[in-house]
Design a protein. Structure first.
Lengths: 110, 514
């Protein structure tokens, strides 16, 4: 077929690959893919879903690198979540007995 | 006892045992919109061909008052029969008997029929409808699963193994289907997951329905665990029979040859592909314009639809088709489509099915998510699978064949036996736009009107390199052919490849990028 007319393919969205533009359908999996975000070391996120057992710091508190921030039980193991560097706690978003999903913001460091 | 009474006693026992969980349980099964295990087997097999074994097997559980319970057949029906006259081994878990739960003897019945299938080199069909491990039997039921998984693995690539999910299939139980070649699921009936919605809710507080977590659609569209989707059990059984008809019984045979047929006239191969590489079309129309009777039996239709895989016949012989689909994501290779194609290539190679590759793709999909998901190692699977395959391998380059994708899609360099290209083929290190920007960067930058220069240089590049003749000049492409010659070229190439023989270095097994 020697048609050179975008209009007859009007129902197709455009996909850019390299510097080529293609008229093609987009799958929902592609459309719903997660946007990449840089990791912010000041945000303590869960890496595994679980239950908060104990929170050992309060907002405003100064904490040294390596000190325990909280205990998170996940997969029947109690994990100590440690302070990554010296700093001040900005806000605590969790409380004991709370169930938290993956990538959940637990503590923010100022 | 007289012989007559013996026979009557036997008949009575059979009738009793064949009732499975009894009328009430059967009513419940029917109310869930499901057929019984026995009905399922009888539907799949040829009429009057089913022969059952181990009907009188009894469970061995003694704890928790289990010794007082009668579980007919221990919750699974096993036997042999035929499909289109060819023998198969089959088992179906019976949900009406203790929820089809798997105990030691239940597992032994399954492993016995699996051993039989492997020894006799005939296909194995397993119908899963089970609540999971029989908790009362403790570690014995885990042992049972392990014995099944081991046999699935050992039989892999020797006999075809088909799993049919017709009910729940949860926890460890899901690994048997995962180890088999093809998984069939049915809308609203099939449920597969490692941990169910209840556990997820208690542990994580996330609420999700069984259907959303592990229903038929999820596994066909998102997870890629299932290969065939059906709206009803009957549809599913028809699909199984069709598949069985396409494949050989074991890895030492070829698929049965059928009466050759011409493709239907309505698929006019000259009239499907727009020459402008930006425009989409349906690659399945090309496949149907080539195959006998324009029939194409697609596998994993809903998963990674940017690549199309399935069986069709050429001159009555089963071929495996691997084809980029320009209509979806421009036909790119990505993690999912690489996995999908690579496994199918290995299937075809195991079972002596020639592979026809139809190529039209702009390369690998760019993106952070793809890179982080490991598109390098997933993409490598396609290279591995094609390189390793020793069945006849024929490639037809229809339009775009750029970069790494060109190499991956069964190029000459991975030992394709025949590489044909249409005159519309663009075989190049990358798309003309990208290439021109790099090669003529200086000229474009220094031009008075860079945009005009860019356009001119892209055209120049297209003219010079975006064609099949550069590759043909090096012998990377064996012949540039007219679209209408495709079928006859393929038929001839297959004839020539009939006795293909390749020696590979001896090894225990390779280490593919799983």
């Amino acid at each position: 077929m020697d048609v050179n007319d975008d209009n007859i393919y009007g129902e197709y969205p455009t996909l850019l690959i390299g510097s080529g533009k293609y008229l093609t359908n987009i799958t929902s999996k592609f459309q719903n893919r997660k946007k990449w975000e840089p990791h912010d070391p000041k945000k303590i996120l869960t890496v595994i879903p679980g239950t908060v057992i104990d929170v050992l710091v309060k907002s405003g508190q100064m904490v040294k690198k390596g000190e325990t921030l909280l205990i998170l039980e996940a997969m029947k193991m109690q994990n100590q979540i440690l302070m990554p560097f010296d700093g001040k706690i900005k806000k605590v978003y969790i409380k004991p007995d709370e169930k938290v999903p993956k990538n959940y913001l637990m503590i923010e460091i100022a | 006892m007289s012989l007559k009474r013996n026979i009557q006693d036997l008949r009575k026992r059979k009738i009793e045992a064949q009732k499975g969980g009894g009328d009430v349980a059967i009513e419940k099964q029917v109310a869930m919109g499901k057929l019984t295990a026995r009905e399922r087997i009888l539907y799949i097999l040829d009429e009057n061909s089913f022969h059952e074994y181990d009907l009188f097997v009894e469970h061995l559980a003694r704890d928790f008052d289990m010794d007082k319970k009668v579980l007919h057949g221990d919750g699974v029906i096993t036997g042999t029969g035929t499909i289109y006259g060819l023998p198969v081994c089959i088992y179906a878990q019976d949900f009406t008997v203790a929820g089809g739960s798997l105990g030691l003897m239940h597992a032994r019945k399954i492993t016995k029929i699996m051993d039989h299938a492997l020894k006799m080199r005939v296909p194995l069909i397993g119908i899963n409808d089970s609540g999971g491990a029989r908790i009362q039997e403790g570690v014995n039921s885990l042992a049972g699963y392990g014995e099944i998984f081991f046999r699935n693995t050992i039989a892999s690539g020797v006999i075809p193994q088909i799993s049919v999910i017709l009910g729940p299939c949860a926890g460890g139980a899901v690994y048997s289907p995962a180890l088999t070649d093809f998984v069939f699921v049915v809308e609203n009936i099939s449920k597969m997951f490692i941990t169910g919605p209840n556990v997820i809710k208690t542990v994580l507080g996330e609420e999700i329905s069984m259907e959303e977590l592990g229903g038929a659609k999820v596994h066909c569209e998102i997870s890629g665990n299932a290969h065939f989707y059906a709206r009803s059990e009957q549809d599913c059984f028809e699909q199984i029979k069709k598949l069985i008809d396409y494949i050989p019984r074991n890895n030492t045979e070829k698929a049965q040859k059928k009466e050759p047929r011409e493709p239907l006239k309505k698929y006019n191969i000259d009239n499907i592909v727009p020459s402008n590489p930006r425009y989409p079309y349906d690659i399945k129309d090309i496949i149907k314009s080539i195959t006998d009777g324009s029939e194409f039996f697609e596998i994993m239709e809903m998963y990674a639809p940017n690549i199309v895989i399935g069986f069709g016949r050429l001159d009555g012989k089963t071929c495996g088709f691997v084809a980029n689909q320009p209509k979806v994501l421009a036909g790119v290779l990505d993690c999912d489509s690489s996995d999908k194609a690579a496994r199918f290539i290995r299937y075809c190679d195991s079972f002596n099915i020639p592979i026809i590759t139809l190529e039209d793709m702009p390369g690998y999909l760019p993106g952070v998510d793809q890179e982080h998901m490991g598109v390098i190692r997933h993409g490598a699977k396609i290279l591995y699978a094609y390189s390793e395959a020793t069945v006849p391998k024929i490639t037809v380059i229809i339009r775009k064949a750029y970069g790494g994708g060109y190499i991956a899609m069964n190029s000459r360099h991975l030992r394709a036996d025949f590489v044909f290209a249409w005159p519309t083929a663009e075989i190049a290190v990358m798309g003309p736009e990208g290439a021109a920007n790099i090669v003529f960067r200086k000229e474009i930058m220094e031009a008075e009107d860079p945009e005009a220069m860019r356009k001119q240089k892209i055209e120049e590049y297209k003219e010079k390199f975006a064609n099949p003749f550069v590759a043909a000049a090096k012998g990377y492409v064996d012949q540039v052919i007219e679209p209408s010659e495709t079928r006859s070229m393929l038929l001839h190439a297959l004839d020539v490849s009939e006795n293909k023989s390749v020696q590979m270095p001896r090894k225990k097994h390779g280490i593919p990028p799983f």
